[in-house]
Write a protein of this length. Structure first.
Length: 164
């Protein structure tokens, strides 16, 4: 079974991450949700990342706000792919988190999604996992078809009723 670790820097990040947890479970991906911090629990973060592959994880999703070093620190200690979610912080609207996560030095990439874009992180994770777990592919196709149908329906409703 595909297995992902979803790691956040603080419990205050959890509401932002809930859509990712829901999305991963909807694709029957096992998800271990953890709180650990690059700054407050650096040993825990490093040790978790170092042993993630042998503990059966396929990839890591890491979310943090402010000086958001967690995804990069996790990426430093593993060869697994790391997807970063910048969490919107109270003062700089998440730009601080975004730049902290996306501007990694050469050699240590973090696949960064948009600010608070936890759902996109989960979908990207499933797309990556589908390379190893082909049973995910038809589910991804169905998900895209459902999105398309919803947009077509809203367009048709607009054409029928709206004077814009
Ligand atoms: C980061 O600092 C966390 O990821 C969180 O987004 C932010 C604030 O943390 P708390 O002060 O709410 O614990 O490490």
């Amino acid at each position: 079974m595909p297995k992902v670790a979803l790691i956040m820097g603080s419990q205050s990040d959890l509401p932002t991450l809930q859509p990712a947890i829901k999305r991963l479970r909807s694709f029957e991906v096992e998800v271990e949700v953890r709180i650990m911090s690059a700054h407050r629990t650096p040993d825990l973060a490093a040790n978790f990342s170092k042993s993630a592959r042998e503990n059966g994880f396929d990839l890591l999703i890491a979310a943090a706000g402010k000086a958001a070093h967690l995804p990069g620190v996790l990426a430093a200690f593993t060869t697994l792919p790391v997807i970063g979610v910048p969490v919107k912080s109270s003062f700089l609207d998440g730009m601080d988190s975004l730049l902290s996560i996306v501007q990694m030095p050469p050699g240590i990439p973090v696949a960064t999604v948009g600010i608070d874009a936890a759902d996109n992180a989960a979908i990207l994770a499933v797309q990556m996992l589908a390379l190893k777990y082909p049973e995910l592919e038809p589910k991804l196709k169905a998900f895209k078809a459902e999105m398309e149908a919803k947009v077509l329906e809203t367009d048709q409703n607009l054409q029928k009723g709206a004077n814009c």
